[in-house]
Design a protein around this ligand. Structure first.
Ligand code: ZN
Length: 98
């Protein structure tokens, strides 16, 4: 065994660090710093999230607590929910065809 093949704790630590970095990359979900939140009322927000796109039925801009228009918003939320359901069904059907 030559001097180059000697156990080097620095190299060992470096390899360990590389291994851990790769491990964590595999474990942690993708992070989107500019993820968009779309509300049924039409308002959009940008936040950091592990989901690229988020759709909500109610937000601070349309919640009845802030607006007092409870019935109107409830109807809008249902329409959006139905549309989203149809869109998902269409996407699934398209995937199956491939
Ligand atoms: Zn809203």
């Amino acid at each position: 065994m030559g001097p180059d093949q000697k156990f080097n704790p620095l190299v060992a630590n470096l390899l360990r660090a590389c291994y851990l970095t790769r491990m964590q990359k595999d474990i942690h979900p993708a992070y989107y710093p500019n993820a968009s939140i779309k509300c049924a009322c039409g308002k959009t927000y940008t936040i950091g999230s592990t989901k690229e796109k988020i759709e909500v039925e109610i937000c601070a801009a349309c919640h009845p607590f802030f607006t007092g228009q409870e019935k109107l918003i409830d109807a809008a939320g249902r329409v959006e929910k139905f549309k989203a359901k149809r869109a998902r069904a269409a996407a699934t059907a398209a995937k199956r065809k491939k």
